[in-house]
Design a protein around this ligand. Structure first.
Ligand code: S3P
Length: 425
């Protein structure tokens, strides 16, 4: 396969959720461009509409306007669909509201752990009732919150962001330490909007505002950069190609998200960043990618938060390194509680197409193979597994059959069209 041309990944999923939520907390009308049109972001918009925000339809063309005055009691359950970010960040927002709401989600989301967020929110003073153990559905009644100083047990931007948003809506101080730095989009947005966030001695600190300015999130205009995690699939397809060059435009290159590019460099593929700029407090660049021969590498625990959603595609790339060469991903146990059990499924699916891979404890081992991948892959309706193995299916001689493809609509609705377009032959 040869690659060519120019592609643009969809809007960043993490930032899209956050700007919609902050715009819904603002007084007045905000205008957001470049939002992801995927299902997860639509779940956030649906939940915010149930809470009274007036959000224009989220379509590929054109900006979205959010008109908000005050979040109010919802008439029915808040369905977060497949989106862990919606569920966890909304718990933070609801912790500072004086009404009760029930959150639920699809079968995958109802299996994902929530105590990592509900325990610190309870310490702050939110009343939370479990209906199915450490998972959704959950009923939350917010109220007057207490300040919190907390060290997260895992490096998770969802936990950190939920607590910062609780600080914002409850107008109390929140100080957070994490074992490794997770993506910092919430912090950057709070700084960009002048909402009292800073770092002190390695901790992230949200400071409340004086009582007369409580709840005064300013309305704003913002352009969401392209999603580095979605771009990773395009980068990988270009690296695995036999010839050509691909230009990927408008990609967020926030260092807390680009561990994928750092690891790729160690594996022997150089991705050039050109046209570096800043959009709403986030660094953005265009990426130039060429095919490369890959080596194995070791990905350490401290790097994992910077590439946590890219382990499926890095696993696929590692399987195309030179024959017999091993790549190790350390401490990737968190992958068991993503949209699917990614840790087991990456390994099982690589084996299903003739590769060598194994999850041992919390580590993932993948061996390079010279033979074309052939076989059926179980995506478990997980968008990132579907895209990672679709990319594997582009190597010469491959015959990779996916159990389904529709899940890509969660984060990258045009994925298959873009993948087709960048292939020259
Ligand atoms: C996200 C954080 C990550 C990531 C998810 C999006 C976010 O989850 O896997 O896709 O937007 O904050 P964790 O924070 O739980 O690691």
């Amino acid at each position: 396969m040869k690659v060519q041309g120019v592609v643009r990944p969809p809007g960043d999923k993490s930032i899209s959720h956050r700007v919609l939520m902050l715009a819904a907390l603002a007084r007045g009308t905000s205008e957001l461009s470049g939002l992801l049109t995927g299902e997860d972001v639509k779940s956030t918009a649906r939940v915010l509409r149930q809470l009274g925000a007036d959000i224009s339809p989220i379509r590929a063309a054109g900006p979205v306007s959010v008109h908000a005055s005050r979040i109010t009691h919802p008439a029915s359950r808040l369905n977060c669909g497949n989106s862990g970010t919606t569920a966890r960040l909304m718990l933070g927002i609801l912790a500072g509201q004086r009404f009760a709401a029930t959150l639920t989600g699809d079968a995958s989301l109802r299996r994902r752990p929530m105590r990592r967020v509900t325990e610190p929110l309870r310490t702050m003073g939110a009343e939370i009732t479990e209906k199915g153990g450490d998972a959704l559905p959950l009923r939350i009644r917010g109220g007057r919150l207490r300040p919190l100083t907390y060290t997260t047990p895992v490096a998770s931007a969802q936990i950190k962001s939920a607590l910062l948003l609780a600080g914002l809506t409850g107008n109390v101080s929140v100080t957070i330490r994490e074992p490794y730095r997770s993506r910092d989009h919430t912090e950057r947005l709070l700084v960009h909007l002048g909402l009292g966030l800073h770092e002190r001695d390695g901790a992230i600190v949200f400071e409340p505002r004086p009582p007369e300015r409580r709840g005064s999130v300013p309305s704003f205009r913002l352009a969401v950069p392209g999603d580095a995690s979605s771009a990773a699939f395009l980068v990988a397809a270009a690296v695995l190609a036999e010839a050509g060059e691909l230009l990927i435009e408008n990609v967020g290159v926030n260092p807390t998200r680009t561990g994928f590019l750092v690891v790729l460099e160690r594996m022997g593929a150089h991705v050039e960043r050109v046209n570096l700029r800043n959009e709403g407090g986030e660094p953005v660049a265009d990426l130039v990618v060429r095919p490369a021969r890959l080596r194995g590498t070791e990905v350490g625990a401290a790097e994992i938060p910077t590439l946590v959603d890219e382990v499926p595609i890095l696993g696929v790339l590692a399987s195309r390194a030179a024959r017999g060469v091993e790549t190790v991903f350390r401490e990737v146990g968190e992958l068991r509680v993503k949209e699917s059990n990614r840790l087991e499924l990456i390994a099982a699916n690589l084996r299903a197409v003739g590769g060598e891979a194994e999850a041992r404890g919390n580590d993932l081992f993948v061996c390079g193979t010279g033979t074309p991948p052939r076989g059926r892959v179980e995506t478990a309706r997980d968008h990132r597994l579907a895209m990672a193995f679709a990319v594997l299916g582009t190597v010469p001689g491959a015959d990779v059959r996916l159990s389904e493809r529709a899940s890509v609509a969660i984060s990258y609705p045009r994925f298959f069209a873009d993948l087709r377009r960048m292939r020259a032959t």
